[in-house]
Design a protein around this ligand. Sequence first.
Ligand code: ZN
Length: 428
Amino acid sequence: MQRLEYASPTEIEQHQVGRLRNLLNFLQQESVNAFYQEKLAGINPANLQSLADLPSLPLTLKAELVSQQSHYPPYGQNLSYAPECYTKLHQTSGTTGHPLKILDTAESWDWWARCWVEVFRAAGVTEKDRVFVAFSFGLFIGFWTAYEGAGKLGALVIPGGGMDTPQRLAAIFDHEATVICSTPSYALHMAEVAEQKKLDLASSKVRVLIHAGEPGASIPPVRRRIEEVWGATVHDHAGATEIGAYGFSCAAQVGLHVNESEFIVEVLERGSDQPVPPGEPGELVVTNLGRWGFPVIRYRTGDMVRLAKEPCTCGRTYKLLQGGVIGRVDNMVIVRGINIFPSAIEAIIREIIPQNEFRLIFSRVKGLDELEIEVEVAQDELDKLETLMALFRQRLALRVPVRAVEPGAFPRFQLKARRILDRRTSLA
Ligand SMILES: [Zn+2]
C-alpha cells in the first residue's frame, strides 16, 4: 500500500485518479461485474483526468445494492469474480433495515487489514502492543477487520467474543492488554461495571482505545470521560461494511482523517448531488480503490460530515472530517428551523451526566419535527435537568423538554447504541 499521508494534495489526486481509472477499466471488462457494467455503460475511463471529473460517474445508493440482492439473491451482482473466489461473508448491522450481505476475496480481505494497520499506526499502536477486541465476532463485520489488522501489524491480538462484561474486564487485566477496540458506549459501560466490581481501570496496562460504530470518540466530553476513567488515549475510527476502513484520528484528536491513498471522498448536499464547501455539513460519498471484489463507486454513506477548512496541525495532508461523523442524514432533525444532530446533544449531556444513558425521541407535529429528551438521573440529581435545559438553550438555541427516568431504565449497548426513537412517519 502506497503511503501518501504527507504527500501534496496534487500527488494524492494523481494517485487516486490513476487507481480509479484502473478500477473502472477492470469493471468494464466483459463479464466482470454486471452491476457496475450496467451503471458505467458509455463511460470512458480515459476521460477521467482529475477529481473534478468525478461527477461524470453515477452515484451508488445503498437502496440499489439492497434491491440487487432481492432481485439476484442472495448476493446480488456487485461481484467482480465468480462466487467460489470469495472467502469471507459479512452482513451490515441492519440499523436502517435490510441487511446487506457482502463478500470479500482473500485479496480484498487483506486490503481491509492493511487499511486497519493505518488506523493503528496513526494511534501509535505498534507490534509490541496487545490488542483486546471487545466484540461479538458474528456476521457483522465490526471489529473483525481490526482483529486482522492487529495481526498484520504484528501485535498480539486477543479476541473478546463470547464473553460478558466482567469476563472481558478480567481478560483485559489477565493478558495485560494495552489497546482496546470497542464502541465508545461499550467503553463507558465497561467503566460502569468496573466501578461496581471495584476495579481501577486506570491501573490497567491499557494506554489506547480505538472506537468505531458511533461518533463518541470525536465528541470532546465523551472522549474526555473515557480517557479519564481508562487513564488512556482515545482514538476514533470510521468504516462501513460496504466501503472499508476509511477514517482514523491522529494525535490532534479533532476529527477523522480520510485514508486518501485507498479512498476518494466527496461531501454532497443532503438530498442533492451538489458539493458543499468545507465547513458546511453534507453527506459523505466514498469511492474505494482497493476492494475490487466488491467495489463501491461514489457511494452515498448516509453519514453527515464537515470537511475541515484548515489543514490539520498534525501535518498530514489527508482530508480531515472535522469532529468526525456528526450524524446520519436521516437522524438530523430540524426543530423550529435549527438543524440538530444527536451528537451535539450527546456532547452536552455528557458534560453534565457523563455516564448515564439517555434517549432522544423524534416526532412530527403538524408537519414539523419535534424533539424530547429522556435522561437517566437519580432522585438526588434532578437539578441537573435544569442545567441541561439551560445549556441546550445557550449552545444550540434549542428549547426542548427534558424528562428524568430511573437509572438503569435504558439498555446498554455492545455494538451501535440505539438512542433514538423516531416516531416521524416520513423523513424530513
Ligand atoms: Zn491530523
